[in-house]
Design a protein around this ligand. Structure first.
Ligand SMILES: Nc1nc(=O)c2c([nH]1)NC[C@@H]1CN(c3ccc(C(=O)N[C@@H](CCC(=O)O)C(=O)O)cc3)CN21
Ligand SMILES: CC(C)C(=O)C(=O)O
Length: 333
């Protein structure tokens, strides 16, 4: 409670759960309108219900507090702190360069802005391959220090022991098969997976084995749409979340910066821009610079006044100081 109240009385936006605690917060933030029903927490059980009902599951990445707030406020089911963080936020050339402390740091920020969506954090490259025990240690840091509710890791049958160990430790696991960006060097680039029959069979086997090991959902990245549709039908419980996997998966995921049009790097075929935030940013920066250079910013209303009569008093004080300092200067010279 102390922490929640602290949030509200600071200059940070109000956390939805603190709405009822402060009239100031209620009155200044329209999205905190108490008349609007609060979103219910998305649980794994809820995701399984969505799958059974045929309702598409929405997943979007977030890397910081404001993007997490946007996912929360606008109805995202699953917020993913993806390791695409490496490229789109940290300017690294590959996800293999991301460290666990960096992921924990960003996950904590996302957690502060997340109430309703299920919060999933990617396990960075090298934090789950050495042994299942290593995977558990890394995931515990994401859950305990990063406040993630579940973790995602890339790989097929070779990560099954890690998925079992994590699930046994009570950490929900989202599997990720198909194109595995952490293995781009091994795979000689970012390539569509499962195009021929043997590769497709291996992908199906991997997805089934991961579900069997306890994975609560499976990301299918860059796989042919008929294969993704088939795997989706074959899984018993776990919803599939597609990215470049066609329209017949149980859900879709995209990278925040791809959706918003703020990623200036390579665009995969599966990316669709849903907004032109980069255009808005360019306009904002240019307008600001122009206003500063033209001295049209700031105007009086954006500036502060002194208390009545104090400017005149101040000028008299300055004059006295000036006499004093020039006197000092004279004796010194
Ligand atoms: N901005 C961004 N969006 C992403 O989806 C994303 C990242 N970054 N960084 C981490 C990984 C890397 N990802 C990638 C990167 C490249 C392709 C890509 O170029 N795919 C080819 C496939 C060509 C083929 O095999 O036919 C494409 O042209 O779509 C796909 C996924 C997905 N992730
Ligand atoms: C694109 C999604 C699935 C991801 O793994 C990431 O953001 O790193």
């Amino acid at each position: 409670m102390r922490v929640l109240l602290g949030l509200c009385s600071s200059r940070l936006p109000c956390h939805p759960t603190t709405r009822f605690l402060s009239r100031r917060c209620m009155s200044v933030r329209p999205e905190d309108n108490p008349a609007a029903a609060p979103r219910r927490k998305v649980t794994i059980e809820h995701l399984h219900k969505l799958r059974r009902a045929g309702t598409p599951i929405t997943m979007l990445t977030a890397y910081d507090f404001p993007t997490a707030r946007a996912c929360d406020a606008h109805g995202v089911d699953i917020t993913l702190v993806g390791d695409s963080l490496a490229q789109v936020c940290l300017g690294l050339p590959s996800t293999t360069r991301l460290t666990l402390p960096e992921m924990v740091h960003h996950t904590r920020a996302v957690a502060r802005g997340t109430t309703a969506p299920l919060l999933v954090a990617d396990m960075p490259f090298g934090t789950y391959h050495a042994s299942p025990a290593d995977a558990v240690r890394s995931a515990v840091r994401l859950v305990r220090d990063g406040r993630a509710e579940a973790v995602k890791l890339e790989g097929g049958s070779e990560v099954v022991p890690a998925v079992r160990a994590l699930t046994a430790a009570g950490i929900p696991v989202m599997a990720h098969v198909g194109l595995l960006p952490q293995r781009h060097a091994m795979l000689s680039g970012y390539r569509v997976q499962g195009r021929d029959a043997p590769a497709a069979l291996a992908l199906l086997r991997a997805a089934l084995a991961l579900e069997d090991a306890g994975a609560f959902a499976v990301v299918l990245e860059a796989v042919p749409h008929p294969l993704a549709a088939y795997i989706t039908r074959r899984l018993r419980r776990a919803p599939t979340i597609g990215i470049g996997a066609g329209a017949e998966t149980d859900g879709q995921v995209l990278v925040w910066d791809d959706v918003m049009g703020t990623w200036g790097g390579h665009q995969a075929k599966f990316v669709r821009r849903f907004a032109d935030v980069a255009g808005a940013v360019e306009g904002g920066v240019k307008s600001y610079l122009q206003a500063v250079r033209e001295r049209t910013f700031p105007v009086a209303a954006e500036s502060y006044e002194m208390a009545e009569g104090e400017l005149e008093k101040f000028m008299r004080l300055v004059e006295e100081e000036a006499l004093l300092s020039s006197g000092v200067g004279e004796t010194e010279s």
